[in-house]
Design a protein around this ligand. Structure first.
Ligand code: PMV
Length: 360
């Protein structure tokens, strides 16, 4: 498919008003997206586990305005309160997607959104938030085009979510989603996320992700700025190639369930992401002392217990501990006994691999 396939023909149906509600999860990348081109086209392909518990629920109420307007008309509520602070981000999103949803200025919208995870937990809600909103808009478009197929609906929802926040395109489906053109992955594209098309060993079913909240504060450097610093970065080209190589390696690892090789890729990716930050100009560090304490504890525990918890990091100090269902009791005990002490106010979130967004 091409970008042009997402530009609709003139709508033949009329829709006066309605409401849609979606719950969309967050996701955690195994091979990281870091660096982008124009229109949120990724500089390298990425793959993520879709999460389950960490999610955003968004309700969109729409009503036809009855006259031709040249502005967007909407109100935004976050956790029950009017939140104008989010409007600049939404305005940018609407501006980017209007070409593909030409009805946007014809309606007045009310957008009500809330997160399942605590506000200011340092968990980015852009992936879950943008994907939930994209799905709500697609619900309206499906009313305008009732013959739309489910396949097109999903692809376009991911395509639109991408224009809100790149990684959001990996939150529409589960449980393993790849985004970005990769020569060894059939159907992969820069335009939207696809369900991983190859065999995945059962050890990866029900994989757990316990998110240790090391630092709940606002990050000093946004991911938008971080992505941008990959332009002219001395190691960028090599890093982009490495992401392709890691995706190729993951194919046989997913098939065989070789956890030791899985860990090498996932932890290597997390540290490479942060290495890119530390070698940007200007350079920056998002890890905190407790991030490193946790990493060292995980390595020591893995060595001594012969279990397979591994860590990954997003663009922040929090640590995601990934582990298989079969090792849950041992690893949970270890987290309780040795890692929770490094979390801000002892806070952490228990999540697991999930199956994508749901209509409410
Ligand atoms: O979707 P963005 O622009 O917030 O970027 C997310 C980048 C990482 O979370 C660091 C990596 C990824 O692939 O999710």
């Amino acid at each position: 498919m091409t970008e042009q396939d997402f530009v609709p023909k003139p709508y033949e149906n009329q829709v006066q008003e309605g409401k849609a509600s979606y719950r969309s999860p967050s996701n955690i990348a195994l091979v990281k997206y870091w660096g982008k081109k124009k229109d949120q086209i990724p500089a390298n392909p990425s793959i993520s586990f879709t999460l389950d518990a960490c999610a955003t629920t968004t309700t969109l109420t729409y009503k036809k305005r009855g006259y031709k307007a040249d502005d967007y008309s909407y109100e935004l509520f976050f956790e029950g309160h009017k939140k104008d602070a989010f409007k600049p981000k939404i305005d940018v999103f609407l501006g980017r997607i209007e070409k593909y949803l030409p009805f946007l200025k014809e309606y007045h919208f009310e957008i009500e959104t809330s997160n399942s995870f605590p506000h200011s937990s340092g968990i980015a809600s852009s992936a879950s938030g943008m994907s939930a909103l994209a799905l709500c808009f697609m619900h309206l478009e499906k009313e305008l085009v009732p013959e739309m197929t489910q396949d097109y609906f999903i692809k376009k929802a991911s395509f639109l979510a991408r224009l809100g926040s790149g990684s959001a395109c990996r939150s529409i489906e589960g449980d393993l989603v790849q985004w970005g053109t990769h020569e060894n992955t059939a159907g992969s594209t820069d335009l939207y996320g696809i369900k991983y098309p190859y065999e995945v060993h059962h050890v990866f079913q029900n994989y757990h992700d316990t998110i240790l909240l090391v630092d709940k504060g606002q990050k000093q450097v946004s991911s938008t700025v971080g992505h941008d610093l990959m332009h002219g970065h001395p190691f960028a080209e090599r890093r982009f190639d490495q992401a392709h190589e890691n995706l190729t390696k993951l194919r046989s690892i997913f098939k065989s369930g070789d956890l030791n090789s899985f860990i090498k890729i996932v932890e290597g990716e997390a540290l490479t992401l942060h290495a890119m930050m530390m070698t940007s100009m200007p350079y920056f560090v998002l890890m905190k002392p407790n991030t490193l304490e946790i990493i060292n504890k995980i390595w020591a525990f893995r060595e001594q217990s012969k279990t397979h918890p591994c860590f990954t990091l997003d663009a922040g100090a929090n640590v995601h501990v990934l582990y298989p269902e079969s090792e849950k009791s041992e690893v949970d005990q270890f987290i309780q006994n040795e890692l929770v002490a490094y979390c801000e106010n002892g806070q952490y979130l228990c999540d697991r691999i999930g199956f994508g967004a749901k209509k409410m």
